[in-house]
Design a protein around this ligand. Structure first.
Ligand SMILES: [Mg+2]
Length: 366
């Protein structure tokens, strides 16, 4: 049945008081200020998605995301059949940028479609027949002793991949990485995310030093627009560069792989959802480039979305999933099941989640 309504609901869920605000080189936050997207078809079947606007990355805010959906995207989709995901993207792309808004719509369409067909999204994607996705975590910028504590707690929860935010102070970054390595030993894969914070010579120096300590990959070490700089770093160090802010779209991924500096790709369902993430995954598989399923610090809803894709896609070798636990609440009736270092996918149709309307009323901003 055709799409009847597309709603955008801004919400704010604070980060738990004991965790406090978290910081990276380009972003600091004390709450998820995201947008819940609800799509209803003519039979009353509902699909859900979560948009994660990031003004320092995509140029959009919570208010601009709500406006994009209410004024542009929603009206363009009413009347379209929910299985026509490619047509939906074509219509959405009349509006430039706004990737988190478009991604949330794609998530909701897949949720709705799965519910109509009685299959889960991971089944709909026709992937690897896996029922779970490995957990990871993002360790925010902070003093070496603090971040080592956070790392140990994560490893004790079963987290397999630790991504350490760096990029503001190279010497402190090296100390923080080594403190974490000492604290967790070989129990976890360690990566860094520089968020474009280093110059080319500093990136080469830090990555060579941490390479000796088993740095698995280094994310966006220099400016995302500096193609020559990225290539220089990639050729000078033995650690693969993982690209994130350089690769929002399939076209970006192709360009970066051709440039020769792209060792790995961060796929984020927060910006490419299912449809565009599949295109990115296909390019990466064809180029033999492994992928990490990256987190946009989604709430539990967006985390389940990412887990469906991670479980389906062969090229995904690690994730950053599981950090939804930093928030004081979830909009879901049942929080995702975390067991043995993995997120076990819910088995119900679509995303397999149920939205808790009382929680939505409590955390919505409008
Ligand atoms: Mg990143």
């Amino acid at each position: 049945m055709p799409i009847e309504r597309v709603e955008a609901i801004p919400f704010r869920i604070p980060i738990k008081a004991e965790i406090g605000p978290i910081e990276s080189n380009i972003w600091a936050m004390d709450a998820a200020e995201h947008v819940l997207v609800k799509i209803t078809d003519a039979d009353g079947v509902v699909g859900w998605g979560e948009a994660t606007p990031r003004v320092t990355i995509y140029g959009d805010t919570q208010a601009s995301t709500v406006a994009a959906i209410r004024e542009w995207i929603g009206p363009a989709l009413v009347g379209l059949e929910p299985y026509a995901v490619e047509a939906a993207w074509q219509r959405m792309d009349r509006l430039m940028h706004n990737l988190p808004a478009k991604a949330a719509v794609d998530m909701a369409l897949h949720d709705l479609l799965g519910k109509r067909l009685g299959v889960s999204v991971v089944q709909l994607l026709g992937g690897m027949a896996r029922d779970r996705a490995p957990l990871g975590t993002i360790i925010p910028l902070g003093p070496p002793e603090n971040v080592a504590d956070i790392a140990v707690q994560a490893v004790e929860r079963g987290v397999q991949t630790l991504k350490i935010k760096v990029g503001k102070d190279p010497d402190r970054d090296v100390r923080a990485f080594r403190a974490i390595r000492r604290a967790v030993g070989e129990r976890a894969t360690l990566a860094i995310d520089v968020n474009q914070g280093y110059s080319v010579p500093v990136a080469i120096r830090v990555l060579r030093a941490l390479g000796e300590d088993g740095l698995a990959w280094a994310e966006e070490p220099v400016k995302a627009w500096d193609a020559a700089g990225k290539l220089k770093v990639a050729q000078a160090v033995g650690v693969p560069l993982l690209l994130d802010e350089s690769v929002f779209t399939p076209q970006d991924v192709l360009r970066e792989i051709r440039n020769g500096a792209c060792g790995m790709v961060s796929i984020k369902t927060a910006r490419s959802a299912f449809f565009r993430s599949r295109a990115i995954a296909s390019i990466c598989e064809a180029a033999n480039v492994p992928c990490v399923l990256g987190s946009a610090r989604e709430s539990a809803l967006g985390t389940v979305v990412s887990a469906h894709f991670a479980a389906a896609a062969r090229c995904v070798v690690a994730t950053e999933l599981g950090d939804h636990v930093i928030y004081e609440a979830t909009l879901l009736r049942e929080p995702p099941c975390l067991a043995n270092g993995c997120l076990v996918l819910p088995t119900g149709p679509g995303l397999g989640i149920e939205i808790d309307e009382a929680q939505v009323r409590r955390y919505r901003l409008d």
